[in-house]
Write a protein that binds this ligand. Sequence first.
Ligand code: AMP
Length: 465
Amino acid sequence: MSFADLGLSPAILEAVVAQGYTVPSPIQAAAIPAVLEGKDIMAAAQTGTGKTAGFTLPILEMLSKGPRVQNNQVRALVLTPTRELAAQVADNVDKYSKNTHLTSCVIFGGVKANPQMMRMRKGADVLVATPGRLLDLMNQGAVKFAQLEFLVLDEADRMLDMGFIHDIKKIIKALPKNRQNLLFSATFSNDIRALAKGLVNNPVEISVAPPNVTTKLVKQWIYPVDKKQKPAALAKLIEDGDWKQALVFSRTKHGANKLTKFLEGRGITAAAIHGNKSQGARTRALADFKAGEVRILVATDIAARGIDIEQLPQVVNFDLPNVPEDYVHRIGRTGRAGSEGKAVSLVCADETKELFAIERVIGELLEREMLPGFEPVSRLPESKLNARAPRVNKPKRNNSQSKPRSEHHDGQHAANSTKQHKQGANTSTRAPRRGQPAAKKDSSGSSDSPWSNSNGQRHKPNSSR
Ligand code: AMP
C-alpha cells in the first residue's frame, strides 16, 4: 500500500514524499481512511508508530477542502501533555501542510502568553496546545471554537497521569458538539475508557504494537546496587565504558537535578530535562545533547516522552519507573532502526516491587551483573516470574517533609501517579483491552534517597501555565 492509495490529495502527498516516507505505517494505514470517512478514532499507539502523521495528514486533507479560518478561531485542536510533544506535533503539522493554505499555531506554558495571543488573532486551522495554557487563553477570549471540526487527544494516558482531566473536561465543554474526535493513548486504563465513553462516538478502534517491545536488538540487564551508591556507580559505568552518550531516566525532577550536578562534578557533561526547567532550558539541553555537546541527558519520563532522539546507544534507568510499562517506553529509546542498543538499570533493594512488576510485564527475567566495587549491602531478592515482591519495610516518613504528590511527574499540574496502566495490545485494528492493575507505589520521596545528605529541600511543584 502507498500513501496515494489512502485518498490524500497531491499537495499533501508531495509533503509526505518530501519527508522520505514511502509506505504508510500500520496506524497510518488504519487511521487515515477512517478519519477521511468522518469516523471517530480510539487508538492504542505510542510515539514511534507514526501516529502523528496518522492523525495530521487526514485532518489537513479535510481542512483543505473547507472554509478559511476566522480571527481567533480554530478548526482542529490537538491537545498534548507536554510542551515538547506540542512543539514536535506542531513541527509535523507545518511540514505536512507546507503546500496548502492551512495555518497552524502552538500554545504551551513556560513561555510568555502574549505572543501566543497575538498569533491567535488571525486564527489557526490547526492549534496544538497543552491544556493549562490553552484554558488561560480561552478565558481571555484569545482562542475560540465556533469553527472547530476536529479534536485530537494525543497521549491521553499521560494527560490523565498529569492531572489534566478537569482541564480537558472544561475544554471539551467549550467545543461544538458536532465534531470528529480522535483519541490516542499508549495505554488503556479504566480511566481512559471512562474518558473515551463521553468523548468518542462509535469509534474505529486501532491498536498497534509499540515499535520496540519485541526487539531483541536491545540488550537489557541490571546492576544491583545500594541506593546511596547509585550516582557513583553510574559515573563508573560512564567512565569505564567510555560512553559517548546516554539518556538517563530519573523518577524525580529533584533527583535529575542532583544527578546532573554530581556528574558535572565528576567532569562528565550532563544536562537535566524536566517540567521544572524553563522552556528555554529544556530546548537548549535537548539541542546540546543532539549536537553531541552534552554527554549525558538526565530526564524524567514525562519530559522524555515524545522526544525523537534517534540512534541512542545507551539508556540507563537510574531509578526504576513506578509504572512498569514506562520501562518498555524507556528502553524503546535505544536499539532503534536496526542498530543494537543497551539498556541498563541500577536497582536497589527498595525497588524490588518495581523490578518484579517490570519482569512480569516484559515476560522475562532481567539478567543481573555485579559492578565491581559496588556490590550491594542490602541484598536484592531473587526474581522469579509471577513472583510477588516481598514487603520492604521502609522508614516512616515525616509528614512535614513529605514531597508534593506530583514529584515524579513533570508537574504541569499536581497529579496522582498511581494510575492503572495497560500496554497497548499488539495486533492491529483490534479493540484495546481493558486495563489491568499496575504496581502501585507512593510517589513521595523517602529519607533514604541517595541524596539524603543534602539539605532536604523539596522543589516546588511547577505550573506550566
Ligand atoms: P510519531 O510516532 O508520530 O512520533 O513518529 C515517529 C517517527 O516516524 C517520526 O520521526 C516520523 O517522522 C517518522 N515517520 C512517520 N511516518 C512514517 C512513515 N510512513 N515512514 C517512515 N517514517 C515515518
